[in-house]
Design a protein around this ligand. Structure first.
Ligand SMILES: Cc1cc2nc3c(=O)[nH]c(=O)nc-3n(C[C@H](O)[C@H](O)[C@H](O)COP(=O)(O)O)c2cc1C
Ligand code: SF4
Length: 463
């Protein structure tokens, strides 16, 4: 199990409120802590329309990365004429370096089950799936135990809480590559099909699993819903920011500590980074990778950025998988950008050509930068390629894949130039570079031609 980082005094806890429970699959203990009160209120007091209205009033936005408005999806699914509708909880956790969703499934499986049940009731779905990565064995064991126990006590099943409402929930282990976390790919995988992202619209809310209206949401999004119905939309809206209420899980790889933590949306990055401790003696913070493999590489100067969907996007990063990885002064941001872009290029499904070719070309520029083989105009080509690629894909991967290199260029220009113009890696990470003289430094022709800058490395190589 991933460690849970200590919560500073006064920080609210919704998703990890039961993280210290002796046995998270103990239904009686969960009931004593308020489990299934939200579902009871939805079914006995509110009804579907008022349940959606309550979620809308809370301002809940999706925790799967992009921050889509939850109630809008529910309303779209509920209002699309159909005989069958589905709810799917996305617990795949595509980022191999983040364990936020897995931690939630392990520590509060009943919140996920209840959230799925409330969503199903609200949109009129009788069947729902909770998809979890096959390798998350403990998460799978616990969520299956929670589904089985909740079903045996009529919190889900044929006759939910004696109301005549039917909600069947099935846990589906899934395994695949990075793209499997993308909603249209996951929906196909659940149907036993090999998938690539689909054109939208139609969105899954109107045409999803087996062409039926489908609410597909991240497990954290759904797990927040029981709390909202139990405590009220206003209580939820009072946490976080006006436009991004509530809390979210982050996976912090810090200077001294690593683990999952729950933070209010709007928390400054500085406070999130602090959860991982201070830099070690004689070291300093150089950069923070925010958002996972397709995240942005932000400098220490950006630490006041509030952790919200829009603010991170403005800073050149994104919420993504919730991963926040700290790099100290020994790291080379150019090499980090190269590595991440290479990963994104390898994981791109290839269905849309600008993503398939463009992201790989950007990765190649990163490889040239880190091996002393840059060509004149490479940096301009990088920004041109990124501009061409962004917006041309079917699933946003193409846009996100450009973030590591673009944020590196935006915030660490001196370090990029050292690689590009002088064939030097100031951090001493890109070792082969010391033997090379980038063409960018040798030619004055071509796009964005760079002026040669004398350096000891270059002079040595030319001698
Ligand atoms: C390449 C890619 C990978 C994704 N991986 C995940 C994932 O692992 N888990 C997840 O919840 N959403 C993932 N998403 C986002 C989903 O497509 C979808 O937007 C999300 O599950 C919707 O839930 P939400 O409204 O609760 O955020 C991914 C998106 C892309 C483009
Ligand atoms: S944007 Fe990239 S990952 Fe997404 S569908 Fe197109 S090729 Fe596949």
């Amino acid at each position: 199990m991933t460690a849970i980082l200590p919560r500073p005094r006064g920080w609210p806890s919704i998703l990890l409120a039961r993280a210290r429970a002796a046995d998270p699959t103990d239904l009686d203990a969960a009931l004593a802590a308020g489990a299934f009160e939200g579902l009871r209120r939805a079914i006995r007091q509110l009804g579907p329309a008022a349940t959606i209205a309550e979620v809308e009033a809370s301002g809940l936005r999706g925790r799967g990365g992009a921050g889509h408005r939850t109630a809008a999806k529910w309303r779209a699914a509920a209002s699309t004429p159909a005989r069958i509708r589905y709810v799917v909880a996305n617990g795949y956790g595509a980022d191999p370096g983040a364990s936020t969703d897995r931690t939630l499934l392990e520590t509060d499986p009943y919140a996920v089950v209840e959230g799925v049940a409330i969503a199903a009731f609200a949109v009129g779905a009788e069947e729902a799936f909770i998809s979890v990565r096959t390798t998350a064995t403990e998460a799978l064991r616990r969520i299956q135990a929670a589904v089985d126990t909740a079903s045996s006590r009529n919190f889900i099943g044929d006759d939910v809480l004696g109301s005549g409402v039917r909600i069947e929930i099935e846990v589906r282990p899934v395994q695949g590559a990075y793209m499997l976390g993308e909603e249209t790919v996951l929906l196909k995988a659940l149907d036993g099909k090999r998938g690539q992202p689909e054109q939208r619209p139609p969105h899954p809310a109107t045409r999803g699993f087996r062409d039926a209206p489908t609410v597909i949401q991240n497990v954290q999004t759904l797990a927040a819903v029981p709390w909202i119905l139990r405590k009220g939309a206003a209580a939820f809206a009072a946490i976080g920011t006006e436009d991004a209420p509530g809390t979210i899980l982050v996976d912090v790889r810090g200077h001294q500590r690593s683990g999952v933590a729950e933070v209010q949306l709007g928390t400054p990055l500085r406070d999130i980074v602090a959860l991982g401790g201070r830099p070690r003696p004689r070291r300093s913070l150089k950069a923070v990778l925010v958002g996972g493999p397709t995240g942005g590489i932000l400098p220490a100067a950006a630490l006041d950025t509030p952790y919200t969907f829009e603010a991170l996007r403005g800073a050149g990063a994104h919420v993504g998988s919730g991963s926040v990885i700290v790099a100290d002064d020994r790291a080379c941001v150019v090499d980090l950008g190269r590595l991440l872009t290479r990963y994104s290029a390898d994981e791109a499904c290839g269905k849309t050509i600008p993503c398939r070719i463009g992201v790989r070309r950007i990765a190649e520029i990163g490889e040239r930068l880190t091996t002393g083989t840059s060509r004149a105009g490479d940096l301009e080509l990088l920004t041109d390629l990124a501009a061409d690629v962004v917006g041309s894909g079917l699933c946003d991967h193409e846009r996100l894949a450009t973030l590591p290199m673009l944020s590196g260029l935006r915030y660490f220009r001196d370090e990029v130039d050292a690689h590009y113009l002088r064939g030097e890696c100031p951090a001493g990470v890109c070792r082969p570079i010391s033997l090379g003289v980038p063409a960018a430094a040798r030619t004055t022709r071509g796009r964005g031609a760079a002026r040669p800058v004398p350096s000891t490395t270059a002079a040595r190589a030319q001698a």
